[in-house]
Design a protein around this ligand. Structure first.
Ligand code: IMP
Length: 501
């Protein structure tokens, strides 16, 4: 007979935290959000921790190298999407790893034969105002000039004007040779009052750009997440099909941690992938697995060698898995049960395997609830897709700015490996939608505000760290009537009264 769960499948909005005693020590400044990312033995320190409990989803519409750098600057990790060729994913990882040192591989490049119109299209796509002009239009072609906003006036010039006619040519550029240190590069920038410095090799090929603004940025990022060589920590998504090729290439490119990205992780394919990684790299390569939603799934991945376990099926904002296939579980119920399994495993073996709550975060307080219920960190797609740093287009829909956001199981992403059950190499039906999300500005501003709320709630609960929150929080299920009580009610809202009933 089928097994029935006694509790209904619940989601975050069905719970609230009940405050605990707050001493005067409980201030936002005193709260630490440090959290383990990979498994560790009792009494030992994990090999990798984050300074904030946030990771960005393994999705085309969310995590590229730009997002990865922006999130690492705040102390979290992006998993650069794997639903692209091995070559382009390794290029993204390498670019993000190169960024930290202040040496940026140029991602806006054009050839001198292209036109002003091409520059405008490129600028819209990348959002960057400095374009490198190289003979072949590639990031490491022979440098022939630079184009910045100062080089053209849209109102005064024809769109078909050739780049070579208005770029700042090589003989007017200040450059530095390969091997220049960051300190020297910054001195050249300051002494010459320039905004960017191209670094070129002995054949005149562009290697990197060093930007004045990065120097200022760097000084602001106290919580940034760095590896031993002071480069940003970067994650990458992998699948259970081509890992024998993809993992070695990504390791060479410098990826710090992997995540097997699958809609359903309680499978032999995940076990094989984990085993292959352990056989070839031992514990030196860190890899998370998932997604699961119950104790059995957790135990299976823990015993198969996962460094962390990702939780969640069917709760993502763009997800239609539950409608299409009738599988999944309310995200809160899933996190609560898997956290229990994680604790039992820890008691039995002395090995703590962090869990990640993936998908379904709508309000900032859902983050606090997920952590209180036992998640060590959280993965978010919709949340990050709204920011400047996500890879998708910003569009104006009926007067409001939106960003595009599509699921990995949508026809647009065609990530068949994520939904693969050993079948054919096509998505026979969709498990995700293509959508818009309201544009929200910069990652830094939004993450700062969200985490301030999380810390403030933790203070109300009388705790100063995530382990304390997990240990001491008091959580209540809410009734539908108290849900109404929780919003503004029985008043006429001044600016939104048409929507108020
Ligand atoms: P969100 O934060 O609620 O938008 O959820 C993001 C999560 O949804 C991702 O981390 C994935 O686990 C999951 N996901 C991504 N694409 C799809 C899809 O097409 N169908 C179902 N789930 C998806």
């Amino acid at each position: 007979m089928a097994k029935y769960f006694t509790e209904p499948s619940r989601t975050f909005s069905e719970f609230l935290l009940v405050p605990g005693y707050s001493s005067k020590e409980c201030t936002v400044e005193n709260v630490s959000l440090k959290t383990p990312v990979v498994k560790f033995k009792k009494g030992e320190k994990p090999d990798l921790e984050m300074n904030i409990p946030l990771t960005s989803a393994v999705m085309q519409a969310v995590s590229d190298d730009r997002m990865a750098v922006a999130l690492a600057k705040e102390g979290g990790i992006s998993f650069i999407y794997g639903s692209q060729s091995v070559e382009s994913q390794t290029t993204m990882v390498a670019r993000a790893k190169a960024y930290k040192a202040g040496f940026v591989i140029s991602d806006s490049n054009i050839s001198p034969e292209d036109t002003l119109q091409d520059i405008l299209i490129l600028k819209r796509k990348t959002g960057h105002s400095t374009v490198a002009v190289t003979t072949d239009g590639t990031a490491q072609g022979k440098l022939v000039g630079l184009v910045t906003n100062r080089d053209y006036r849209i109102s005064r010039m024809e769109r078909d004007t050739k780049v070579s006619e208005f770029m700042t040519p090589l003989n007017q550029l200040i450059m530095a040779p390969a091997g220049t240190s960051l300190k020297e590069a910054n001195n050249i920038i300051w002494d010459n009052k320039i905004n960017q410095l191209p670094i070129v090799d002995k054949d005149g090929r562009l290697q990197y750009l060093v930007f004045r603004k990065d120097y200022d940025n760097h000084k602001e990022n106290e919580g940034e997440l760095l590896d031993k060589q002071k480069r940003y920590v970067i994650g990458a998504g992998i699948n259970t099909r081509d890992y024998m090729v993809r993992v070695p290439a990504l390791v060479d490119a410098g990826a710090d941690i992997f995540c097997i990205d699958s809609s359903e992780g309680y499978s032999e394919w995940q076990k094989d992938t984990l085993e292959w990684i352990r056989n070839n790299y031992g514990d030196s390569v860190k890899v998370g697995a998932g997604n699961v939603v119950d104790k059995e799934g957790f135990r299976f991945l823990a015993e198969s060698g996962a460094d962390f376990v990702k939780v969640g099926i069917g709760g993502g904002s763009i997800c239609i898995t539950r409608e299409q296939k009738g599988i999944g579980r309310g995200q809160a119920s899933a996190v609560i049960e898997v956290a229990q399994a994680r604790n039992e495993y820890f008691q039995e073996t002395g090995i703590y395997i962090p869990i990640c709550s993936d998908g379904g975060i709508v309000y900032d307080y859902h983050m606090t609830l997920a952590l209180a219920m036992g998640a060590d960190f959280i993965m978010l797609g919709r949340y990050f897709a709204r920011f400047d740093e996500s890879p998708t287009n910003k569009v104006n829909i009926n007067g409001s700015y939106m960003k595009e956001y599509w699921g990995e199981g949508s026809a647009r992403a065609r990530n068949w490996q994520r939904y693969d059950m050993g079948g054919d190499e096509n998505l026979s039906f969709e498990e995700g939608v293509d959508s818009y999300v309201p544009y929200a500005g910069s990652l830094r501003d939004n993450v700062g505000l969200s985490l301030k709320k999380v810390k403030s709630t933790m203070c109300n609960c009388g705790v100063l760290s995530i382990p304390e929150l997990q240990e001491n929080s008091k959580i209540t299920v809410i009734s539908t009537t108290s849900l109404v009580e929780g919003g503004a009610h029985d008043v006429l809202l001044k600016d939104n009264n048409l929507n108020y009933k």
